[in-house]
Design a binder for this molecule. Structure first.
Ligand code: NAD
Ligand code: GLY
Length: 370
């Protein structure tokens, strides 16, 4: 930890390595924290979630200490990860006569990070981007690792690229304004990191999760740092998901199917879908890998105690059609020849990829989770 109380996690990717800085008051010190990227000639354009801009942009503006700061706002929420919003954003940025030295700064949750990151990847064949994640989900997951993209009619994140940020500033003060449901959704992604690779951290969450959710700053900083360490280690080992990075998709095959079936909206947030998807993946793991049922029960109990849905019946707005949800799995971008791929667990903290799962077992898992 630095003198200013920041924690730093290095994402080691050779010439594209970068730091994730975690702590309080980072937006207000953004000028200093981003100094190596900010020469006087460099134009900075902030792409901000419209809600976040009203809450946190002034702190960033003061922290950057720039008189002329261009800001483009876009709406938050999953619908923004679309061709239409991407086109609008790209056109607005080009109309500002940006150049290849322009630095994009993404201020918002995973939606803004993914959209602005993708715009940075394709504009003028690639601009530098800095991620300033303001949701818990974005701080522990989406801002780290360089995945960017949008959703299409065919499904989630179907168009995108790997485009690593130059730096990430995860200011935990931003979490104070985050709606509790969004906070819990991000918490599910932290539990995911522990569940795939860090059993002691899962045990820590069982004890300290309530403090993290209640707003204890020290507990939050530890949790965010730990999650980023796990993610950075995995991304550093396998940036383009040829192997171990796929483990980060634990809960996602079921989760994406549920998000698609519920319309990528307010019925089921991404992190909630991942939480529920992890419980279903554990049930499948029992059938495929002999994972002890106690492990599933333990994960489900913790997620449920944290206020997250663990059964399909808890999703608002009507019954989920399991067969329809399964059809989305065939077009998931991780599917091969129409067969979905799953990350399954031998136990909490130990997962592997399984490609050839009998669809009848998947259907049985859906039915048992009604
Ligand atoms: P989001 O960006 O839509 O933010 C959720 C809501 O919180 C929005 O309404 C937003 O306006 C609001 N908000 C954001 N910060 C706030 C703050 N500090 N105070 C008050 N309100 C705030 O959603 P998200 O959960 O952050 O991100 C979900 C997206 O992330 C999904 O599209 C998912 O696919 C993507 N994702 C990407 C990766 C990756 O590796 N790139 C990983 C995980 C998830
Ligand atoms: N969220 C999955 C990944 O970054 O690979």
């Amino acid at each position: 930890m630095s003198a200013a109380g920041e924690r730093r996690v290095r994402v080691g990717l050779g010439a594209r390595s970068y730091d994730v800085v975690i702590g309080s008051g980072l937006l207000g010190r953004a000028g200093a924290l981003l100094a190596p990227l900010l020469d006087a000639q460099r134009r900075v354009v902030v792409v901000a979630d419209a809600t976040v801009a009203t809450l946190h942009l002034d702190r960033l503006r003061a922290g950057l200490g720039r008189n002329a700061l261009d800001v483009v706002t876009v709406p938050g929420g999953e619908a923004t990860k679309s061709w239409a919003q991407l086109e609008q954003l790209v056109d607005r940025l080009l109309a500002m006569t940006i150049d290849r030295h322009t630095l994009l700064v993404a201020l918002g949750g995973g939606v803004i990070g993914d959209l602005a990151g993708f715009a940075a990847a394709i504009l003028l064949r690639g601009l530098d981007v800095v991620q300033l994640p303001t949701t818990l989900l974005a701080q522990v997951d989406s801002s780290v690792g360089g995945k960017t993209g949008i959703n299409t009619a065919a499904g989630k994140n179907m168009v995108g690229s790997f485009h690593q940020p130059k730096r990430v500033l995860a200011d935990i003060d931003c979490l104070a304004t985050l709606p509790p449901r969004e906070l819990r959704a991000g918490y599910a992604e932290m539990v995911k990191h522990a569940a795939i690779a860090d059993r002691p951290m899962f045990e820590w969450f069982e004890a300290q999760g309530p403090a993290v959710l209640a707003g204890d700053a020290a507990a939050r900083a530890i949790a965010v740092e730990h999650s980023c360490v796990t993610k950075a280690r995995i991304v550093g080992a396998d940036e383009r998901e040829g192997g171990v990075r796929a483990h980060l998709n634990f809960g996602h095959t079921f989760g994406h199917a549920l998000e698609a079936e519920t319309g990528f909206g307010d019925r089921l947030l991404h992190g909630e879908a991942v939480g529920l998807g992890m419980v279903l993946a554990m049930r499948l793991s029992e059938r495929v890998l002999g994972c002890p049922a106690d492990e599933t029960a333990r994960l489900a109990a913790h997620l449920s105690a944290s206020g997250l849905p663990t059964r399909l019946g808890e999703i608002a707005g009507g019954r989920i059609d399991a067969r329809a949800a399964m059809t989305h799995m065939a077009v998931d971008k991780k599917a091969r020849a129409g067969r979905p791929s799953f990350i399954l667990a031998r136990r909490l903290g130990e997962v592997c990829r399984v490609d050839d799962v009998d669809p009848a077992l998947v259907a049985a898992v859906f039915e048992a989770a009604a």
